[in-house]
Design a binder for this molecule. Structure first.
Ligand code: KIV
Ligand code: ZN
Length: 518
C-alpha cells in the first residue's frame, strides 16, 4: 500500500503569536513566513486580520510575498466583518482560503453565545455561505470539538459542508482530549464525512495543556485526518499547540507504523526553530524533542560507548535529518572568506552583493577576534542581525560609543548616539549600570517608553560565549521587542534597547504609510 500524504498547516503566526511576548512586527513575520516556505509547509495561517490594522497589513504582506507557492489563510469569527477582513488581506495569494471558527460545545453555546444549538449552527452556515461568495475554499473549525456533544458536532459539520465548507477542522481547543478518545472521534467523523462528501478535507488542531498535543494529532492521523495544524517549537496559547517538528519526525521515523508522509524539508527544521527563538526571544526548553539543545546530545558513558560502536544503538534519527550538522562547524579568524561564505550559504542565506558580504565578513572577523571560536549558531545570529537592519537608517538610532562606570553609589553611563547625520550625547546615573544606560538613551531619543521585560543569556558554547539580550518596551499601550548580541553584555544591552526604540519608530512610520495608502 502506498503512503498517504498529510497536509501541514503552520499557525505559528496566528495561534503562536497569541502568546504574550511573541508579538512580531511585519518585517519579522515576513522573514519567518519565508523560512516556512523553505520548510515546505503546505499552508500558512498568517494571522487574525480583524484584530488590528497591523495584523491585517502583515497578513496582506505575507500573502503577497509567499502566497505564490504556499496556500495562505487567516482567521475569522463567524461574522461578516471578520470574513471581509480575511478576504481582503489574503486575496492576492495564489491559493487563499478563509478560515471560520465557531464553538460547538455546550459550554460555548451557553456561556459564550447564550443561544440555542440551532441558532449557533445557523450562524456557522450563514458565515460559510457568505465566505463562499468570496472564495471557493473555506475551512470551518468547530471550536472546542473535543468537549462537544457528538451528535450536535456532526450535525454542525454536515450543515456547514452542505453550505460549502471544503475543510473541516476539529480542534481540541483546551487540550482536554486523550489519544485513544481523540483518534476515535476522528475515525467516527471521517467515516460519516467520506459518505457525505469525500472531497472535504478532515483536519485537526490540538493544544498541549496535558502534554498530549503531539500524541493526539498522531492518533488523529492514524484514524484518517488528512491535514494537521501545528506551530514551530509548539508555540501557542497557554501550553502551546502541537509541535510541527514532533509530528513531522514522528511520521518520518515511524513511517512503518503510520504509513504517512509530509512534504516538509526536515533539514530546515532546526533553522526554523532557531529563527523563531531569535525573533521572539522565547527559548526552547533544552530537552524538548527534536529542537531542544540536548535533543541529540548523548552524555552518559554507556551511551557514548554504544554510539561509537554503531550510531543505531542509541539514535533513532540523525541530527543531520533535521539540519543538525550545521551546528558543528567551528570557524576562527583565520577561516577566510570562503569558509565564512560557505557557512552563511549552508544556513540558507544568500549574500550576492559583494559590498554587503564584505561588511558581514568584517563583523565576522571582529567576532572571531573576540571569541576565538565561532560556531554556526553565532554566524546565524550575526547574519540575521545584519539583514534585519532596516533600510530606513536615516530615521533610526545607532550606538556610536558608550561608557559605563559602576559602583555601589552612583552607577553612571555616557552614551553617544547617531541618527542620520545628527550626533547626540548625554550622561545619566541610575540604580545600576543598565538602568543608567537606559536612562540616558531614553532621554536622548525623547520617546516615552517603559522597559517591561529584560532577559540576558548566552547563545553559544565555549568560554567566550556571546551574550544575547532580549527585552520588551511599551509605548502608547503597544509592546515592542529589542534584541542584540555581543561578547560585551553591556553593549548588547544598549543595542537591544536602541533596537526596541527603533521598532517603535518603524511602527510609527509603517502606520503613517498605511494611512497615506488608504
Ligand atoms: O484552538 C482553537 O480552537 C483554535 C481555532 C481557531 C482553530 O485556535
Ligand atoms: Zn488553537
Amino acid at each position: 500500500m502506498t503512503n498517504r500524504n498529510v497536509l501541514v498547516l503552520d499557525t505559528t503566526l496566528r495561534d503562536g503569536e497569541q502568546v504574550p511576548g511573541a508579538k512580531l512586527n511585519t518585517l519579522q513575520k515576513i522573514e519567518f513566513a519565508q523560512q516556512l516556505k523553505r520548510l515546505h509547509v503546505d499552508m500558512i495561517e498568517a494571522g487574525f486580520p480583524a484584530s488590528s490594522q497591523g495584523d491585517f497589513h502583515a497578513v496582506q504582506q505575507i500573502a503577497k510575498k509567499v502566497g505564490d507557492q504556499i496556500s495562505i489563510t487567516a482567521l475569522a469569527r463567524a461574522v461578516k466583518s471578520d470574513i471581509d477582513a480575511v478576504y481582503e488581506s489574503i486575496k492576492l495569494a495564489q491559493n487563499p482560503f478563509i478560515h471560520i471558527v465557531l464553538g460547538t460545545s455546550n459550554i460555548h453555546l451557553e456561556k459564550k453565545f447564550a443561544r440555542s444549538e440551532d441558532a449557533v449552527m445557523q450562524m456557522g452556515v450563514d458565515a460559510v455561505k457568505y465566505a463562499k461568495t468570496l472564495l471557493p475554499e473555506v475551512q470551518y473549525s468547530t471550536e472546542d470539538a473535543s468537549r462537544s456533544d457528538y451528535e450536535y458536532l456532526w450535525r454542525t459539520i454536515e450543515a456547514v459542508v452542505k453550505a460549502g465548507a471544503t475543510i473541516i477542522n476539529v480542534p481540541d481547543t483546551v487540550g482536554y482530549a486523550v489519544p485513544e478518545e481523540f483518534g476515535d472521534l476522528i475515525r467516527r467523523i471521517n467515516e460519516r464525512l467520506k459518505n457525505l462528501d469525500d472531497k472535504v478535507i478532515l483536519s485537526v488542531h490540538c493544544h498541549n495543556d496535558l502534554g498530549m498535543a503531539t500524541a493526539n494529532t498522531l492518533s488523529a492521523i492514524k484514524n484518517g485526518a488528512q491535514k494537521v495544524e501545528c506551530t514551530i517549537n509548539g508555540l501557542g496559547e497557554r501550553a502551546g499547540n502541537t509541535s510541527l517538528e514532533e509530528v513531522v519526525m514522528g511520521l518520518k521515523v515511524r513511517e512503518n507504523f503510520y504509513g504517512c508522509t509530509t512534504r516538509i524539508q526536515t533539514k530546515e527544521i532546526l533553522q526554523t526553530s532557531r529563527l523563531l527563538t531569535h525573533l521572539t526571544g522565547l527559548d526552547v526548553q533544552v530537552n524538548k524533542a527534536i529542537t531542544g539543545d540536548n535533543a541529540f546530545a548523548h552524555s552518559s558513558g554507556i551511551h557514548q560507548d554504544g554510539l561509537l560502536k554503531d550510531k543505531n544503538v542509541y539514535e533513532i534519527m540523525s541530527p543531520e535529518e533535521v539540519g543538525g550538522e550545521k551546528m558543528e562547524l567551528i570557524l576562527t579568524a583565520r577561516s577566510g572568506r570562503h569558509a565564512f561564505k560557505n557557512a552563511v550559504e549552508r544556513m540558507g542565506f544568500s549574500v550576492t552583493n559583494t559590498e554587503e558580504f564584505e561588511l558581514l565578513f568584517e563583523k565576522f572577523i571582529t567576532l572571531a577576534d573576540a571569541k576565538k571560536e565561532v560556531y554556526d549558531h553565532d554566524v546565524f545570529y550575526l547574519v540575521t542581525e545584519h539583514l534585519n537592519k532596516p533600510q530606513s537608517r536615516g530615521h533610526l538610532y545607532e550606538l556610536a560609543s558608550f561608557q559605563v562606570v559602576t559602583n555601589d553609589q552612583y552607577p553612571t553611563a555616557s552614551v553617544e548616539l547617531k541618527k542620520g547625520s545628527d550626533v547626540l550625547r548625554g550622561s545619566s546615573i541610575g540604580d545600576g549600570p543598565i538602568d543608567a544606560l537606559y536612562s540616558v538613551i531614553k532621554t536622548l531619543t525623547d520617546l516615552d517608553v517603559q522597559l517591561t521585560h529584560y532577559k540576558i543569556n548566552s547563545i553559544s558554547r565555549g568560554k567566550e560565549a556571546v551574550g544575547r539580550v532580549h527585552l520588551q518596551i511599551s509605548c502608547d499601550g503597544k509592546t515592542y521587542t529589542g534584541r542584540a548580541m555581543d561578547t560585551d553584555i553591556i553593549k548588547a544591552s544598549a543595542i537591544a534597547y536602541i533596537n526596541g526604540i527603533n521598532a517603535v519608530i518603524l511602527d510609527q512610520m509603517e502606520l503613517a504609510e498605511n494611512l497615506v495608502e488608504q
